[in-house]
Write a protein that binds this ligand. Structure first.
Ligand code: BTN
Length: 318
């Protein structure tokens, strides 16, 4: 009901009378008044003028499920969005939902995380109400070796959404960093649940710094606001990201990874650079020459041998 009232208020230019809302929603004027009070307590500024009705002045800077899903128009990612206030990590929440058989594309986001995590045991600094911290559950029918495609797809989706929402042209540092002028704007974490060699589901987590100032973030990090000097409506940015993720996921399901690869290569800050990649197997140094069809990075060592890397910590050497 609250969702419909907000829609009416948003659609009407100026005031909308209590009578009209009451007729359209078939509820009493007293019930409307009660809903307005609840919306005000959620942070909406709504004025009420006798004989004119109600008018929406400002919306809260708060993530609300019904605002995120309103007019979203995605097929899979974001069909269901769960909003939490503070959680330990949205990754844990998404794993719980995955185990409860939530539908493909279910998203869980939070206003803050007490222990947001990144790759390789790092933490993700999640200042309250300043960014987008979310995870989503995917159930793709993909062989294990093609799962890196999902991280690359998410990276391309973030680049596109960031440009749509802010005009900023970010770059992808393999495998999971989104950079603006060499400072980290967003990160992607892909984890999975497998049982007897079968992938049950994949959880992709994304942290995007939106309105935080640099002193609220990890060293070397930036935000859309710090990079552009403007504040952003997080719901609008979130919707842009979900739409781009949904488009990318549909491409993967339709075996169009080549299109994602082409976009990835266009925005890569890694390809054609000299890199050193370290992982538990050791360290490899050479030129990052290409991606393969599964989404692995191909590194040509100085002796000409090409090594395939699906994960690791990367250093750009020059
Ligand atoms: C990285 O850069 O290493 C990945 C960072 C991923 C951070 C996001 S924030 C939402 C989700 N919940 C987490 O605990 N981590 C991911």
């Amino acid at each position: 009901m609250q969702e419909q009232i907000i829609q009416f208020l948003k659609q009407s230019e100026g005031y909308i009378s209590g009578e009209e809302i009451s007729a359209r929603l078939k509820i009493s004027r007293a019930a409307i008044w009660k809903h307005m009070q609840e919306l005000r307590s959620e942070g909406y500024e709504i004025t009420a003028v006798p004989h004119l009705g109600y008018r929406l002045m400002t919306c809260p800077d708060k993530l609300l499920g019904y605002e995120i899903t309103a007019d979203l128009g995605t097929r899979t990612i974001g069909k269901q969005v769960i909003v939490k206030d503070t959680v330990v990590s949205t990754m844990d929440e998404a794993f719980r939902l995955g185990m409860e058989n939530c539908p493909d594309g279910t998203v869980v986001c939070a206003e803050s995380q007490s222990k947001g995590r990144g790759r390789l045991g790092r933490s993700w600094v999640s200042p309250r109400g300043k960014g987008l911290y979310f995870s989503f559950v995917l159930r793709p029918r993909l062989p294990l070796n093609q799962l890196p495609q999902l991280t690359l797809m998410a990276a391309v989706a973030l680049i596109e959404a960031i440009e749509t929402a802010s005009g900023l042209k970010a770059a992808i540092k393999w495998p999971n960093d989104i950079l603006f002028e060499n400072h980290k704007l967003a990160g992607i974490l892909t984890e999975l649940r497998a049982e007897s060699d079968q992938v049950k589901f994949v959880v992709v987590g994304i942290g995007l710094n939106v309105n935080a100032s640099v002193n609220q973030l990890a060293p070397q990090a930036t935000s859309l606001k710090a990079a552009s000097g403007k504040s952003f409506n997080r719901t609008e940015v979130f919707q842009a990201v979900l739409r781009c993720l949904d488009k990318g996921y549909a491409r993967i399901l339709h075996h169009e990874f080549d299109k994602i690869m082409a976009e990835w290569c266009k925005h890569s800050a890694t390809l054609h650079k000299r890199v050193r990649i370290t992982d538990p197997a050791g360290s490899v140094e050479g030129e990052a020459v290409d991606l393969d069809e599964d989404g692995a990075l191909l590194v040509r060592k100085d002796n000409g041998v090409i090594v395939k890397k699906t994960a690791g910590d990367i250093f750009l050497l020059r």
